[in-house]
Design a binder for this molecule. Structure first.
Ligand code: M6R
Length: 603
């Protein structure tokens, strides 16, 4: 999501921070900022938009001699991309940069406001700095105050904090968001949220673990866990930048598949508790008199829309239709003012989706965007937006954007089901349990990935792939097929399993690969018969299911979950990895497949 850097040393601090942020800019760039303390003087600079704006702003600023500094490049989660919302956030004598989300920021903010603290931003991060200064007032001990502050924070964070109270020290903490500390032989200390900014500067690094915190200055680096100082084990740092940006993965797509567990936790964070779902972005009145829902989107986002329609109707009991945006915009649609119009887009710039949104707005419909990029054209136009919080997605083949879209839509379904009293309390609680369990399912298991790598060698030829599924798993079949064709250039189709017999089954022979999504919780017996029909016609079958399937040529066993969405997310991972491994074996450029663009801003 966001990126953070820190520096202690004698070199030109501004340049070190800005160069570090440049390495992280791919993670988020709606605003950026730096704060520096030198000779007890504090300086802060912030700018909205790309880093070049901050570079321009700091053009005439230079440091000489020893100092400390922190920097941040932001990808908005709470509050618009404005200068006030940009990091570092300041108190009276301290600055903080933060990655992640403070879940309990509202309670903390309320209690600090009662004590007279004034908040100038809409961010969760600002609470950290006021809380720190409040704690410092009591003890006059900066480290103690920092320790007490992080003990109060719930959620995910990587934090760097500077204070005039200890002008040569950076305080740091990590929980759920990455943070690395590095040093070299010139007595310089570096911090960053990924290793790319450290390359060429730090010689040795240590990846902080969750729950660790500490402080660093020219004299010492101390790291603590559960109030006890730990022995710091540094390891040498690679000098391959591209490798570091990809976090050691071969492709951004692979990295993004592996990130899904973490980003989906961020999607959920602060929105779901054990017995409720809540969105800061709107209140109940936004949905007054809504009778039905229409969803418009393209590509992967369209598939997320299609899958969610099953949930809107089944759980929230709201009629829901889904249309491909490029079709919708020219069909002269008949629209009704009591329709909620939802657009879904990773980039927020897709021309067809944007046009569909304009049509809906013009017709006076209430509009809601599910989007990953704050301040994008779609976000600016929609009445309200739920941000998916996937962070920048670099791979052209969308993966983590899809996972987070699905999560937002599922939460929205339950929010509406609850609002309209259409869901039984027990069912609602089970759904929440499943939501909270999803990040665990999205952790890629080594043995699964290895199995898919091995399997992939059998699927490099043939005259086509049919991904088949029913119900929710039909849109997932479409998504699996889209992933494969985008990056492998093999022909693949997603099809409703029950529809195969109405034509496509004519294609069945050993060179036709069927990827069968056979979940336990939805229509297992039905899809089993559909796959048997294909097997009888000699199609090569790869079955993905918790149940052994004797007619399968290949089989990927999934876990025995009791909720269809958990099966959905596990199978989503499998089809993503399968596409990746087939494309890798074919020697294709997975991140930049031919003929495609990440953001489709033309018709
Ligand atoms: O940015 P959007 O979600 O609006 O983009 C829509 C499609 O262009 C996008 O999902 C595309 O299909 C991806 N390449 C799929 O992997």
């Amino acid at each position: 999501m966001c990126g953070i850097v820190g520096y202690i040393g004698k070199k030109e601090i501004k340049n070190i921070l800005l160069n570090g942020l440049k390495e992280l800019e791919y993670r988020g760039y709606d605003s950026a900022g730096i704060a520096i303390i030198q000779n007890e003087n504090m300086q802060v600079f912030k700018a909205v938009g790309k880093l070049e704006n901050l570079e321009r702003k700091t053009k005439n600023f230079k440091t000489e001699g020893f100092g400390i500094g922190i920097g941040h490049t932001r990808w908005a989660t709470h509050g618009k991309p404005t200068e006030l919302n940009a990091h570092p956030h300041l108190g009276k004598f301290s600055y903080v940069v933060h990655n992640g989300i403070i879940e309990n920021y509202k309670e903390l903010k309320e209690s600090l406001e009662k004590k007279g603290y004034q908040f100038v931003s809409q961010t969760d991060t600002e609470t950290i700095i006021h809380l720190f200064e409040e704690n410092y007032k009591k003890s006059n001990d900066a480290f103690k105050a920092f320790k007490e502050t992080i003990a109060k924070l719930k959620g995910a964070f990587a934090i760097l904090l500077l204070t005039k109270a200890e002008p040569n020290t950076i305080f740091f903490a990590k929980n759920g968001s990455p943070l690395i500390l590095g040093k070299n032989d010139e007595n310089e200390i570096f911090f960053a949220s990924s290793d790319a900014p450290l390359i060429g500067h730090a010689k040795e690094i240590v990846y902080l673990e969750d729950g660790e915190y500490g402080y660093a200055n020219e004299k010492e680096i101390r790291i603590f866990r559960n109030s006890k100082a730990i022995e710091i084990k540094f390891s040498p740092l690679t000098d391959d930048k591209e490798f570091a940006q990809k976090g050691g993965y071969r492709f951004f797509m692979e990295k993004e598949i592996y990130e899904q567990s973490r980003v989906v936790s961020e999607t959920i964070m602060g929105r779901v508790t054990q017995d409720s779902i809540d969105f800061d972005e709107f209140d109940e009145s936004f949905f007054e008199n809504i009778e039905n829902i229409k969803i418009c989107a393209c590509g992967t986002s369209y598939h997320a829309g299609l899958a969610s329609a099953y949930l809107f109707e089944r759980l929230a009991k709201i009629p829901c239709s889904v249309e491909i945006a490029s079709e919708f915009r020219y069909k002269e649609p008949l629209l009704n003012k009591n329709t909620l119009f939802i657009v879904i887009s990773q980039s927020g710039e897709t021309a067809d989706t944007l046009e569909a949104l304009k049509i809906a707005k013009k017709a006076g419909l209430r509009t809601l965007a599910v989007c990953n990029v704050d301040n994008s054209s779609i976000v600016r136009l929609a009445d309200t937006t739920v941000l998916t919080r996937a962070g920048i997605e670099k791979g052209v083949a969308s993966t983590k954007a899809f996972a987070t879209q699905m999560m937002v839509l599922w939460m929205l379904v339950l929010y509406l089901a609850n609002l309209r009293k259409n869901i039984d309390k027990n069912v609602f609680e089970k759904e929440i349990d499943a939501i909270l369990h999803t990040p665990k399912i999205l952790v890629v298991k080594n043995h699964l990935h290895e199995k898919i790598k091995r399997l992939s060698k059998r699927y490099l030829h043939g005259h086509g792939f049919f991904y088949i599924g029913r119900d929710l798993f039909f849109p997932l079949a479409l998504e699996g097929a889209l992933k494969l064709k985008e990056i492998s250039y093999l022909h693949a189709e997603g099809y409703p399993a029950g529809e195969m017999k109405h034509g496509p089954i004519a294609l069945a022979d050993p060179e036709l690969f069927t990827i069968a999504l056979m979940p336990k919780n939805i229509l297992y017996e039905k899809i089993k018969s559909n796959v048997e029909e294909l097997s009888a016609r000699d199609s090569t079958i790869l079955a993905i299911s918790p149940y052994e399937f004797e007619l399968a040529d290949d089989f990927i066993k999934t876990a025995d979950y009791n909720h269809p969405m958990l099966e959905f997310f596990e199978m989503m991972l499998i089809v993503q990895l399968l596409a990746l491994e087939i494309a890798v074996r074919l020697g294709n450029d997975v991140d930049m497949p031919r003929n495609l663009a990440k953001s489709v801003t033309v018709e």
